[in-house]
Design a protein around this ligand. Structure first.
Ligand SMILES: O=C(O)CCC(=O)C(=O)O
Length: 362
């Protein structure tokens, strides 16, 4: 442990309560990972678990407008059915915006702790902005090696008034341009299933939108820690920008028995965005599309940033398998519940892996 922390509670106060985050911990001259950050072995990924032939599907979204439209839809659907993730290029989000987003994230996290601490839960006077570290540090035995700032979208005016100055313009533009990607992908994914989902329903299913900036400082013992533990995203689709450091891993297949899991590294591709299927889309599609279980490894070399936009239903929106699919499949694999019920279950239980989906499974 860094010499200035005499025990675990002073470390916790410094990192979590005072808002110094892992960034502050690393800046304090840390040479060894504190015990509280050492993950149990089953959370880590070992070389022998890496898929021998990792599939990485990269889709040129501009081709949706051309003669290859049907093939591109098939490729999107295939990725959604088999892996639950893929990358997109020529997606319509300007490349300069992607660069300035990463710079804005570094600017936000590079500030003194007291500036960031203004957005800590409880301290934040800014509705819908939340800065923190790990995931639920009060409840976790082993903490995750990341700091984050989460910005929930309500209106442009609120975003411009309340989101942090260091990143609000970029985050808002990213949210708006990536919304277009989400619409087009959902159209393709539902179209492939032969179902038409009305625009108003799609808006409700993706109406809770958040820009989330993750900052993973370099870690002295990357083999002992994780940046983010294994989980799947709760919503419909996630659009994620990662920098060139690498470290994002997706689990191959859904039902592999423990011990036989294979993980695929999602290689950083300049200008590309990663798309993850979330649990809600798995439920709506009656299991045809699978949400991507993923995790992030840490590295000792340089800080990494990633910026997902989560697109989830409004809390009161009911989620359940689409009736056309239940009729066709002859079975509903999930029960209907509100997104709030689903989300609360996720917060109460261990978030590990895809445990949360069990709550909705019939
Ligand atoms: O950093 C990444 O690449 C993934 C981040 C993530 O999974 C999350 O924020 O939930």
């Amino acid at each position: 442990m860094a010499s200035c922390f005499k025990d675990e509670s002073s470390l916790f106060r410094f990192v979590v309560k005072e808002g110094n985050g892992i960034k502050g911990l690393v800046d304090s001259g840390l040479t060894e990972v504190p015990a509280r950050y050492i993950q149990p072995p089953h959370q880590r990924i070992y070389k022998q678990q890496l898929a021998a032939s990792p599939e990485n599907i990269v889709i040129d979204l501009s081709e949706l407008d051309g003669p290859n439209h049907d093939q591109v839809v098939k490729a999107i659907a295939h990725a959604g059915e088999t892996l639950g993730f893929f990358q997109v290029v020529n997606h319509g989000v300007p490349l300069e915006l992607l660069e300035s987003l990463k710079a804005a994230a570094h600017k936000f996290f590079g500030q003194p702790a007291e500036k960031k601490a203004a957005y800590l839960k409880g301290a934040s006077s800014c509705p819908n902005v939340n800065y923190g570290t790990s995931y639920l540090p009060d409840k976790e035995d082993a903490l995750q090696w990341r700091d984050f700032v989460n910005m929930i979208y309500t209106t442009d005016a609120d975003a411009l008034e309340f989101w942090p100055n260091e990143c609000k313009q970029e985050a808002l533009e990213y949210l708006k341009t990536s919304t277009e990607i989400v619409k087009r992908l959902l159209e393709a994914l539902f179209g492939n299933l032969g179902v038409k989902v009305e625009d108003s329903r799609l808006d409700a299913l993706t109406g809770l939108r958040k820009v989330h900036m993750n900052f993973y400082p370099p870690c002295p013992n990357p083999e002992l820690t994780v940046g983010v533990m294994r989980h799947s995203d709760m919503g419909m689709l996630t659009v994620l920008l990662q920098d060139g450091i690498g470290g994002l891993y997706m689990k191959k297949g859904e039902n592999t028995p423990p011990g036989n899991e294979e993980w695929i590294e999602v290689p950083p591709i300049h200008g590309a965005l990663v798309i993850n299927i979330g649990d809600t889309l798995q439920i709506l599609s009656n299991g045809r599309y699978i949400s991507a279980e993923h995790t992030v490894r840490t590295t000792s070399t340089a800080p990494r940033v990633s910026i997902p936009v989560f697109n989830a239903p409004h809390p009161v929106v009911k989620i359940g398998p689409l009736p056309e699919l239940v009729a066709r499949d002859g079975v509903a694999r999930y029960r209907e519940l509100t997104f709030e019920e689903y989300r609360n279950n996720l917060h109460e239980k261990d978030r590990e892996g895809k445990n949360a989906l069990k709550f909705a499974t019939v």
